[in-house]
Each structure stands twice: as C-alpha cells, then as structure tokens.
Design a protein around this ligand. Structure first.
Ligand SMILES: [Zn+2]
Length: 470
C-alpha cells in the first residue's frame, strides 16, 4: 500500500465512491496513498503512516532487542508516526517511532540503540503514571498527546529562542508544564535505561555506538541553539555527565566498533529514500544520497518520486531496473503494483502485488490488501471472489485499519452483495471513529442480514457502540 497515511479530517463524511479520488489527492501533499480515518475524536489531526517495508524493517530492528529485554512475548506492534521531529517511545504494546527519527538516523544501529533505550524504560517500569494513561488511551490519542506537546514546545522555542536556549521550558504555559512533567523521565531512570540498553545490545552482539551518537547529537544541539525542540529531547534529559557515563560503558563492549550488516544498512538506506521521496524530507532522496546517486537506495527514491510526480511510465522503467537487480524484493514488486495502478492497469498491478505477497516474509496485511484492492479495481466479476478473499485475509491480520473495509465494501458492491457492502462500510466508519455513520450503515445492513448470523451480530455490535467523546 505504499506509504499509506492516515489523514483524519474532523467531521468529514466520505462516500465510498470518493475513496479512489482521495487516494490520488493525498499524493498532492506529498505523503500517503490511502488516507484513512482512525478512531479517537480527541486527536484527529495526527497522521499515522502505514508501510509494509518500514514496518518490517523496524520490527527486525526491535525484535531481538525486545527478546533480550524479556519483552519478546508481548507481540509488540510498530506504529509509524508521520512527523519530521525525532521521537520514539514504547508503551508496552506498541513502539511508536517518528519518520523523522528514521530519517535522522544514518545507520540501523542508531535506531536500534534508541529502541534499546526505550525498552530499558519499559522493562524498568519507568514513568508509571504515563504508562497507565498510555495503556488506557487509544493509539491516536496517545500520539496526539505526545506530538501535541512536541509541537507546543517547538513553537515556544522558535518564538523565543533566548528563553528556550536558557531553559526550554520557561516559555511553556501551565498545561504544557504539567504535560512535560508527565512525560519527562527522572534522571535516575535515564541512567538505568542506558545501562539496560547496553545490556540488551551486548546480548544481541550489537554496538551501543548508535545510541551514543544519537544522544550526543541531542546533548550538543541543546547546548548550542536550543531551537530544535524534538519531543524526544524534552522527555529524555541529556545532561553532559549522562553522555559521559554512557560513552564509558559503551566503549567497554567488544562490539563497540562493530558495524551493521551491509544488507541491513541497504534496507535502512532504502527506507530513508522512500520516506524522503514521500515527505520531501532531507531535500528528497537524490539529495540524501548525492554521494552515491547510482546506488540502489538513490534510484529507489528516484523511482518513487517519479511515480509520485505523476509519470508512471518513467517510474515503471526505473522500478523494473531495480527488480532486475533484486528480483526477490517484495517491496519493489509492491511499488510496481502501485505504479501500475496509477497507470490505470489494475490487472497487471494485481500480478505485481500477487508476486509481492508471495515474496513477503512478514506476510504484511498491507500487501494482501493492495492485492485485493487491485483485483477489485479490475472491475471483472470473475476477480471479485479473489478480491474479497485477499481483503479479508489482510483485514484478519489488521482488523483496525479502516481502508481495508473500504475496498472490501467496493468489492461486495461490484458483486451486488449490498448487505455485506454496507456492513463493510459500517466497519470502515467504525474504525475511523465516525460512530454515527457506522451506525447508519450497520442499521441498513442489518435489515438485509439473517437475524443471528455472525454478520448480523457484528452489525448489532456497531449499533450498540458508544459515541466517542468529542
Ligand atoms: Zn530515556
């Protein structure tokens, strides 16, 4: 599904027929192919990014660390936040990570170090009060709270740099101060998390250099300008002695100079190229990799940019050249599918997505949904059962992602199954947080469904659901 972003817009009601148009419109503001709505009325302006490739990579970064921290059995999910600032946090069920973090990190080891540090906080049960709130809160509300605070702090710092330079928090108002107190770790907790992180990195045979590099960057930025108020820096105090302690510990490891495996570094570069292409961050992919413009990452970013700029034919040639070099890369096939959809060739797009599904070691729900969506878009009656099958398979793995239900509704619509189409539409609205719309469609669907059937019961659940607080 490319880099699918959630762009919730308050109060908007979107008929299903508009979904495709919206998908195109989203690329106009440079990120996201499939804007969807997500639950939680409190924080509807927070964008979540869904992308199979990035989720797989961050999961590969995190899994060994979580295991080393004794957190491996929790089935922790990766949540990507579309924000250029640096932030990462773990709440016990999810790792939230900003695209800005991934862009700023030049190596996998830098991201892995941050995840190790966050896992240290989690394993140490730090910040209990905040964690309790995170556990109760919806994903969107949590991110809204954290990002909202980050934005306020950044604004305060930019508008009053001398004050911000002196103390950062001085320009914040009462609520923000309370929020800052809530979010900020204790100094002792920071030291503990650093030590835990080093243990996890040691257990997994990795260097703590990336963590040190990242924290040093923050510590320096703080003392130099104070104008870059990344939320991460506000929640993680980085006094000089902490960095010095960390460096001493990190250098004791025999892995200190160990580099990330080359293949992992390449995946990291490709991820950064993709984010750069979608967000324009770092001046775009070509600029980011200007030292290696013919490398795979630079050309991948270039292919994506070409596609986003509306030249599917040129983009197709570029992605095909990359596929020749890495025929087993599922994300190249996935991108080929996206390009072919833009070229109005859903039948060939479906073939590309089918290949991507077969090659995907992580069995991403997003690629399955893209395959189902392409089949649906062929408009061929014969393809609809397969479209429904694939969409349902994707939804089964990812039941809270609203876009899947939107495509499913369209597939059912093309099959003439109005009750199922209405129920899927109800689900789409439900997981978008539009409970009122969800109820309307669930009621309509229920009138056509067999009383007591699983579908009828699902409709009833939606009808009974409570309206979210505004
Ligand atoms: Zn910390």
């Amino acid at each position: 599904m490319g880099l699918a972003a959630v762009f919730p817009r308050p109060g908007s009601v979107r008929p299903l027929t508009m979904l495709r148009k919206l998908a195109v419109a989203a690329t106009a503001f440079a990120v996201g192919l499939v804007p969807t709505l997500q639950a939680s009325a409190q924080s509807r302006s927070v964008p979540i990014v869904r992308d199979a490739e990035i989720e797989a990579l961050v999961s590969d970064y995190a899994t060994p660390i979580l295991k080393a921290a004794g957190l491996g059995s929790r089935g922790i999910r990766i949540v990507l936040v579309n924000n250029n600032s640096f932030n990462a946090f773990v709440d016990g069920r999810r790792i939230f990570i900003n695209t800005g973090t991934l862009m700023q990190a030049e190596t996998p080891n830098e991201v892995i170090g941050v995840i190790a540090h966050e896992s240290g906080h989690l394993a140490g049960a730090h910040q209990q009060r905040l964690r309790e709130q995170l556990r109760r809160a919806q994903t969107m509300a949590v991110i809204g709270m954290l990002l909202g605070m980050g934005a306020t702090a950044a604004g305060a710092a930019a508008g009053n740099s001398s004050v911000a330079g002196a103390g950062g928090g001085l320009a914040l108002g009462g609520t923000e101060m309370a929020m800052r107190n809530l979010l900020s770790y204790q100094r002792g907790e920071e030291m503990t998390a650093d030590r835990s992180a080093i243990t996890y990195l040691e257990r997994t045979g990795q260097s703590a250099k990336g963590m040190l590099t990242t924290f040093e960057r923050f510590a320096n930025a703080l003392s130099l300008t104070g104008t870059r108020a990344d939320p991460y820096r506000i929640s993680h105090p980085m006094p000089r002695e902490r960095i010095a302690n960390l460096e001493t510990l990190a250098r004791q490891s025999r892995y200190f100079d160990k580099k990330d495996p080359e293949a992992l570094q390449l995946r990291h570069d490709m991820m950064r190229a993709k984010i750069a292409a979608y967000t324009g961050a770092g001046g775009g992919a070509m600029r980011l990799f200007r030292n290696n413009p013919r490398g795979i990452a630079a050309r991948y970013g270039d292919a994506i940019s070409t596609y986003l700029n509306g030249s599917p034919k040129a983009a197709l040639a570029k992605i095909d050249a990359l596929i020749q070099e890495q025929p087993k890369n599922p994300y190249f096939q996935e991108m080929r599918g996206e390009i072919l959809l833009k070229a109005n060739d859903p039948a060939d797009a479906a073939k590309a997505f089918e290949r991507a599904v077969a090659l995907d070691p992580k069995k991403s729900s997003l690629i399955r949904m893209s395959y189902g969506r392409a089949l649906m878009l062929t408009g061929s009656k014969g393809n609809m059962p397969a479209a429904v099958r694939e969409l349902k398979a994707g939804i089964a793995r990812d039941p809270e992602f609203p876009a899947g239900y939107g495509y499913l509704a369209q597939a059912y619509g093309q099959m003439g199954d109005i009750a199922e189409a209405e129920l899927a539409t109800a689900d789409m609205h439900y997981y978008s947080g539009n409970i009122q719309e969800a109820r309307i469609f669930a009621t309509r669907a229920q009138q056509k469904l067999k009383r007591g059937s699983p579908e009828w019961i699902r409709a009833q659940d939606i009808i009974n659901s409570k309206k979210p607080r505004s």
